[in-house]
Design a protein around this ligand. Structure first.
Ligand SMILES: C[S@@+](CC[C@H](N)C(=O)[O-])C[C@H]1O[C@@H](n2cnc3c(N)ncnc32)[C@H](O)[C@@H]1O
Length: 333
């Protein structure tokens, strides 16, 4: 549709766009057009455009407003996005079906909609999923590629554990990594700590008992260009305590409920000075007690334990918190 537009050389485009935005003159119902080195910025009132700018008429694309699932349902549903898969957690089958239908009909890019069908289970922490919608032509509806803080993770939630909710927490840990340090991810999954730590310059060892998780981690290491800085192991992480004794500058222990039971292994891996990120799920009255005590008991008189941070990651259940204890182990001479 032909609209009044400010026309400006591409080099001056951003500065002009900002000037017009500050004056609240940009017509948001239409897109900005680029042609032959010029930008055409649709404006709401051509007469109000500053005199030093040229106004013309131009056919610019209309921007249809995004239709959200909430627009279609009349209420705000709770869902998470994992790549082009949408994850919901609904007990009522009618409500689950209605949400899935609205998600598919909305303008959000979606290939499949999955409903949680069990809690996370067993050693591998994988849950069952009910497929509510599958719009894909090929591949499993549970497999996707998720983007998080500039990294890509291929993942199949039917085979491996992955939660997009923990992105901020993972980034908090990754931001502490120094180039050249030795980082051991004891319960690595598809690599959402291991791969960004390697990108930050760490030499990484990543272990998981789930061979599917390590297969995805290796694919993801290639995908993100860090395969040369990650060594992988399939198996119980305790099997590595001899090979990587006294090796680690940093340990990631993301196996809530159980990680504290691996405090002995953590102490075996620790080098002269080692930062430990130990995740737990505990009652809100004393959320860090078990993790701190486990590390102190395992350290004995070999290491001094200094608590660096007590971090509440999220609420897990009524009165239960998912927490991370950051602590440093310093060898006592
Ligand atoms: C909660 S998931 C976390 C995965 C990953 N760190 C993430 O943030 O997505 C815990 C992982 O630990 C693995 N695991 C469980 N017991 C293990 C063990 N004894 N040794 C190594 N990995 C283990 C599971 O297979 C699972 O992938």
């Amino acid at each position: 549709m032909e609209r009044p537009c400010v026309v400006v050389a591409r080099a001056d485009g951003e500065a002009t766009r900002q000037r017009l935005a500050e004056a609240d003159l940009i017509d948001q119902s239409f897109g900005i057009e680029v042609a032959d080195g010029d930008l055409y910025i649709p404006v709401t009132d051509p007469d109000a455009v500053p005199a030093d700018l040229s106004v013309t008429r131009r056919d610019v694309p209309s921007r249809t407003p995004q239709r959200t699932p909430a627009d279609l349902l009349g209420y705000e549903p709770t869902y998470e996005r994992l790549g082009d898969v949408v994850l919901v957690d609904e007990d009522d089958p009618d409500r689950a079906a209605a949400i899935a239908e609205a998600v598919v009909e909305s303008d959000i890019p979606v290939r499949s909609v999955l409903n949680r069908d069990s809690k996370v289970k067993g050693e591998t922490r994988v849950r069952d999923w009910e497929v509510l919608a599958d719009e894909g032509d090929d591949g499993a509806p549970t497999e996707t590629v998720h983007r998080e803080y500039g990294h890509e993770f291929a993942v199949d939630v039917d085979e491996v554990y992955f939660s997009p909710r923990l992105a901020t927490e993972r980034n908090r840990v990754v931001e502490q990594v120094e180039p050249g340090e030795h980082a051991l991810d004891m319960f690595a999954g598809v690599g959402p700590y291991a791969i960004p730590m390697a990108s930050a310059g760490a030499e990484v060892v990543a272990c998981d008992i789930n061979s599917e998780a390590i297969a995805y981690l290796e694919e993801n290491a290639e995908r993100n260009g860090v395969a040369d800085r990650i060594t992988t192991h399939v198996g119980d992480v305790r099997e590595l305590t001899e090979e990587y004794a006294d090796w680690a500058d940093r340990l990631v222990m993301n196996l809530p409920h159980t990680a504290a039971e691996f405090a002995d292994a953590a102490v075996a891996f620790a080098g002269e000075s080692c930062v430990v990120h130990l995740y737990d799920i505990q009652h809100e009255d004393a959320p860090f007690e078990r993790a701190t005590t486990a590390l102190e008991e395992a350290a004995g008189d070999e290491y001094a334990v200094t608590v660096l941070e007590e971090r509440v990651v999220r609420s897990y259940a009524p009165h239960e918190l998912n927490v991370c204890l950051d602590a440093r182990l310093d060898r006592i001479d």
